[in-house]
Design a protein around this ligand. Structure first.
Ligand code: ADP
Ligand code: MG
Length: 282
């Protein structure tokens, strides 16, 4: 079915007319609170004052043209060392996120699905994931999984995203197609069960069926507490993930925020009208 057709849109609306999770967005205080965040890379300021609050259970879509700073924001939130935060604050679950190591941010439940997943030759998926899962368990004061417990978990989670068992036996992302890498990102997310996920163009490079599997996989993994920032250029992913709030990032600032309608308007009209609105601001 053509995604622009009325039938497709009506079908999507009907499928999502009942909330997937009750209590969505009704968490106590904010889960993530970003205030006046400025960040640079190689001395060049990319983020120029981001303000963003995400509550428990909310899914926020982040849209904007290439180069706007979407991946930069993602990388800053997970603590990528190449980015320097020059101003502002970020609190996560009431803690100073910027003061935490990248490892502790992951242990606290932040997960980034990379726009360009890296290959790690010589490190098998099994060993990589086992180390990651057990590190996280240790942080939470839980005992390490035994080999058989771990393999059972792998099998369960692999099924959710229909990841081929053969891939799980290879080195991390080595020789994976673009679509397989993206599917593997969601598999990793499934294994780590984050409370806050950032999906950075996870839909790019996926065919329609893989997109559906990845999106449905995300929805299956989601709990009423799971929050996310979903970065995408396409309405199709948002049809599945149903964002509560949509933001437009332009030149390192959030210049427009709205409901799901805003994403639909962008799909139809592009970004130029938003740029013009920004230019005419006093
Ligand atoms: P988006 O994800 O919205 O497309 P990015 O956050 O990737 O945007 O990039 C924002 C800006 O930062 C771009 O102008 C890009 O060229 C610049 N940039 C990103 N990485 C680097 C880097 N390593 N060195 C210099 N500039 C960079
Ligand atoms: Mg990007």
């Amino acid at each position: 079915m053509d995604k622009d057709s009325k039938d497709y849109k009506e079908q999507m609306q009907a499928e999502h007319s009942t909330p997937l999770h009750t209590g969505r967005g009704k968490g106590e205080g904010p889960l993530l609170s970003i205030k006046d965040l400025h960040a640079s890379i190689n001395g060049k300021e990319i983020l120029k004052g981001i303000n963003l609050t995400i509550r428990e259970g909310e899914v926020h879509a982040l849209m904007g043209q290439n180069g706007a700073g979407k991946s930069t924001l993602s990388n800053v939130l997970v603590g990528h060392p190449a980015y320097e935060v020059t101003k502002g604050s970020v609190t996560f679950k009431g803690k100073d996120l910027l003061a935490m190591s990248p490892e502790d941010r992951a242990h606290e439940g932040i997960f980034l699905s990379f726009q360009h997943p890296v290959e790690i030759p010589g490190v098998s998926m099994v060993n990589f994931m086992r180390a990651a899962v057990n590190e996280q368990r240790k942080y939470k004061g839980q005992t390490a999984l035994t080999a058989s417990e771990f393999l059972k978990l792998m099998r369960e989670k692999r099924a959710i995203v229909e990841l081929d068992g053969k891939l799980a036996n290879r080195s991390v992302n080595e020789g994976f197609s673009g679509g397989e890498k993206k599917r593997n990102e969601i598999f990793q997310m499934a294994m780590l069960e984050p409370t806050f996920a950032i999906l950075d163009e996870t839909d790019s490079g996926l065919d329609v069926d893989a997109l559906r599997i990845v999106a449905e996989g995300f929805n299956k993994l989601r709990t009423p507490q799971t929050s996310a920032i979903v970065i995408t250029h396409y309405q199709r992913l948002l049809d599945y993930l149903k964002p509560d709030i949509v933001h437009v990032l332009l030149n390192g600032r959030i210049v427009k925020t709205g409901g799901p309608d805003l994403a639909q308007e962008i799909e139809q009209r592009g970004f130029d009208w938003i740029k013009k609105e920004v230019q005419t601001l006093p």
